[in-house]
Design a protein around this ligand. Structure first.
Ligand SMILES: NC(=O)c1ccc[n+]([C@@H]2O[C@H](COP(=O)([O-])OP(=O)(O)OC[C@H]3O[C@@H](n4cnc5c(N)ncnc54)[C@H](OP(=O)(O)O)[C@@H]3O)[C@@H](O)[C@H]2O)c1
Length: 283
């Protein structure tokens, strides 16, 4: 039986995820998992009609994930996952001595247990495409164990992203040994102008050092990185630009367990400059 490729994206209702859903619909069916459904904006540029499916699940309710996914795939037996993007996350804010045990529990459920459960359920049920699938975990620079990226008020969020990142690395090794058709990568999506970023910036108890760091990051203007490297001239980017990068990570042919970092992905930016150059010369 010929299988239909499927991109499973979490958190496609808003922010970066919404743009990811729209990009992937250009060439594959998409299953979005979030509490509110993702909307298909449609596009005249789309050659084939690909379907958007929504599975409304609260990812904090981890016990529901496997049965819900199982029921969906039972109803769509022809689909196999070629791309799985773990994008949904919550950003619990507060100093570590102030966050409640319930907040800690909720954050780890959504940001760590849910992604782990989704990937392992799909693996156990044989839902990944046998001829190649890619799992992308959306991480954050705040996951890195370095003092300059360790901010008060962002402790719980940083802890969950660190756990996710470590989990992805181990899973990458395990899949190499047992399921080599599935590659696992991590992607830091950049500093992106979304609800999540706005919540961080306007929180009254945020570490002043975070304010200083983000105040120096004006919005990116197209063309700014033509002669300068993004890593030396960091900017806040749009969710569309970030989604373009994650899509590139998901589709790039060389699998690596290293983290892809938006600002350091020279190949991505060079390819984008090349397309921009060609577009400018054809006009
Ligand atoms: N924005 C940045 O600057 C930045 C930087 C580094 C990393 N990231 C990472 O990038 C990813 C996307 O971030 P974003 O800025 O686009 O976030 P966002 O705008 O806040 O969107 C979060 C998405 O996650 C979903 N979600 C949240 N809680 C959920 C739950 N309990 N169950 C199901 N879905 C849930 C939301 O859908 P519903 O509310 O409809 O459920 C929404 O679609 C996250 O993993 C984030 O950590 C972002």
């Amino acid at each position: 039986m010929e299988h239909k490729p499927l991109a499973l994206i979490t958190g496609g209702s808003r922010g970066i995820g919404r743009c990811l859903v729209r990009s992937f619909l250009a060439y594959t069916d998409v299953l979005n998992v979030s509490r509110t459904p993702a909307q298909d904006a449609g596009s005249a540029a789309r050659r084939e009609p690909h379907e958007l499916h929504n599975l409304s699940v609260d990812l904090a309710d981890v016990a529901r994930i496997e049965p819900c996914l199982g029921a969906w795939f039972d109803a769509h037996p022809g689909h196999r996952v070629t791309t799985l993007i773990h994008n949904a996350a919550v950003s619990p804010l507060g100093w570590l001595h102030e966050v409640s045990p319930a907040e800690v529990d909720q954050a780890f459920r959504v940001n760590v247990y849910a992604p782990l459960t989704i990937t392992t359920s799909l693996l156990r049920a044989g839902r990944f495409a046998a001829d190649g699938a890619r799992v992308v975990y959306v991480t954050s620079s705040l996951a890195r164990p370095v003092p300059e990226l360790s901010f008060a008020c962002l402790g719980l969020y940083s802890m969950t992203k660190a756990a996710l990142s470590r989990m992805a690395l181990i899973q990458s090794r395990e899949f190499e040994l047992t399921a080599p058709n599935v590659t696992v990568v991590r992607a830091h999506p950049g500093i992106v102008d979304t609800d999540l970023q706005r919540d961080l910036r306007r929180h009254p108890r945020m570490d002043p050092a975070f304010g200083v760091k983000t105040a120096g990051l004006p919005p990116f203007q197209e063309g700014e990185w033509r002669d300068r490297s993004p890593k030396d001239h960091m900017r806040t980017i749009t969710p569309e630009f970030s989604a373009e990068f994650i899509e590139w990570v998901a589709r790039s042919s060389d699998a690596t367990s290293d983290e892809y970092d938006f600002y350091h992905a020279e190949e991505f930016h060079a390819a984008r400059r090349e397309v921009g150059h060609q577009e400018n010369t054809t006009i």
